[in-house]
Design a binder for this molecule. Structure first.
Ligand SMILES: [Zn+2]
Length: 93
């Protein structure tokens, strides 16, 4: 990455460009090159469409650390865990 470049990260899904600051703020995930808004959208999708950021529910896949896909295959696993945990916290409020 060239020095002094302001917005050097581009989201693979929405193509919006993000700065290093956004990364520090947690608005963009460098590991996957996907931004927080896209992940939010994925999380809001029904469980039948996307398992992202969800806990397993009746008949649907969700984050499960014992599942091989969730623990080592899925490229979104770390972010997914983060979102899933946050959602859990929100629910207990
Ligand atoms: Zn995005």
């Amino acid at each position: 990455m060239p020095r002094g470049e302001k917005r050097s990260f581009e989201c693979l899904l929405c193509k919006v460009k993000y700065s290093k600051h956004s990364v520090e703020e947690g608005d963009f995930y460098v590991a996957t090159s996907i931004c927080k808004s896209c992940y939010r959208r994925m999380q809001e999708l029904p469980a039948s469409v996307s398992c992202f950021g969800k806990l397993p529910s009746k008949g649907f896949h969700g984050y499960n650390s014992h599942n091989l896909v969730c623990s080592s295959v899925c490229p979104d696993r770390r972010v997914c865990l983060h979102f899933t945990t946050n959602r859990k916290l929100k629910r207990t409020k």
